[in-house]
Design a protein around this ligand. Sequence first.
Ligand code: GLN
Length: 539
Amino acid sequence: MSLTAKYIFVTGGVTSSLGKGIIAASLAQLLQARGFKVTIQKFDPYLNIDPGTLNPYEHGECYVTDDGAETDLDLGHYERFLNIRTSQANNVTTGRIYNNVITKERKGEYLGKTVQVIPHITDEIKRNLFMLGETGEYDFVITEIGGCVGDIESLPFIEAVRQVKWDLPPHNVIVIHLTLIPYLKAAKELKTKPTQHSVKDLLEAGVQPDILVCRTEMPLPHDIRKKLALFCNVHINSVIEAMDAETIYDVPILMRKEKLDERVLAKLKVPAKEEPMLDDWKNFLGKLKNPVNEVTIGLVGKYVSLPDAYKSIAEAFVHAGAENDCKVNVRWISSEDVNPEVVDSMLNNLDGVLVAPGFGERGLEGKIQTIRYVRENKIPFFGICLGMQCAVVEFARNVLGLEASSTELNPKTANPVIDMMEEQKKVVNKGGTMRLGSYDCKLKKGSKAFAAYGETTIHERHRHRYEFNNKYLEQIEHAGLKAVGTNPGTNLVEVVELKDHPWFVGVQYHPELKSTVLNPHPLFVKFVEAALERKKVRV
Ligand code: GLN
């Protein structure tokens, strides 16, 4: 166990969306494959305390950790690449930093001092930064600074990075700057000027990057690397090419070829213990790129025009597909487009249908239509969170003949088969107030869920306010929709399954959040397997 960690910062310049999260996760993966203990943290420069209150259209999916933190979707990449668990400490926003400082100020903890960005905000940033390193659990803490260098918002974080470089002894901190080298088609040239300017912005803030990672559509020739090195004060070996990749899972291998991990270790004066063990990773890539089968799964949801809103579900299909030697094509279907006239033509050529999580939606009726169709036509079905709740409503309406709904969608429904939990009724604030994080669930032997997990006690992550209403449990089970997973403490229903159907499983939790490259989620693996079975019969 190491007592002090080394710190690697990843900043970004020129534009956003360069994939800092993937570069950080890939570097972490390479260091981990060399036998080091690594964690990644993300600092986000917006004022929301956490992304839980952000519209997924704006910011993509909200990723929930075991400890119930609502975090940025990059934490999903960290977990998927590293097969580790993250927590609230791995995602800190400007809002949280200010909230902590202001709360301390109100308690009088600053003893009459004027509270300022420097040193009070930067000290709070550093406290959060060192929190993971000081656990003694890690050799490296990689910190991704969200946003772009030069933005007003990220200045306090960059200033904290500058201070940390001085606070710690030499060779304990490095800064990797991720930048874009655009290719001008008309001039047939790669241009370095935007990078020179963004490094200047960093220098103005007192931070000299140690390594440049350059996103580019074309290979970086030697003379461009030389120019970048000259203008940005880095060694030519520290100019790393990051070409657009076929899949994000290629990036660790591409970074290995460019020796990013070696440069990092050399800069931090850490002896390379061993060559990275990438066999399992390459094995996964081999399966991913050479599928022997193919299935098409419909994903019915509200935010389908922004696939980032369902990032973890899409990635869980990548993992589960590779596990089954099968390419999974995801067909994104807007729930608002499904109606009785088109439902058959939309769904009958699919091998499986997943109904997605969501909140208070207009597209509910489309989801119900979808579920009725897949239930009656025996198409494999996977319902997640709202998807599971819709399956219960559909069953209550069309099998039990009840005028039923969820109180989220119709507070006055005659039969609230999905209803708000009592504790939730008192909640007025929106942020961080749902049922969040990991809960135990007991599975019934003989169920499909048990067959997938292979154990009776599982732990899965939640993010919702509404629940299966146990007043209807007996009636619903009697008619064939079985509660096969329940919370052992509260008896809340967590998993439902339909009898006499090839694969019809609804889960109140979010299994997609725990699927990783090395541990594909068992329910996704089995769902893809069921889709493969259907395809065999269908064609
Ligand atoms: N809106 C539903 C609830 O709050 C489902 C949430 C979800 O799908 N994550 O219970």
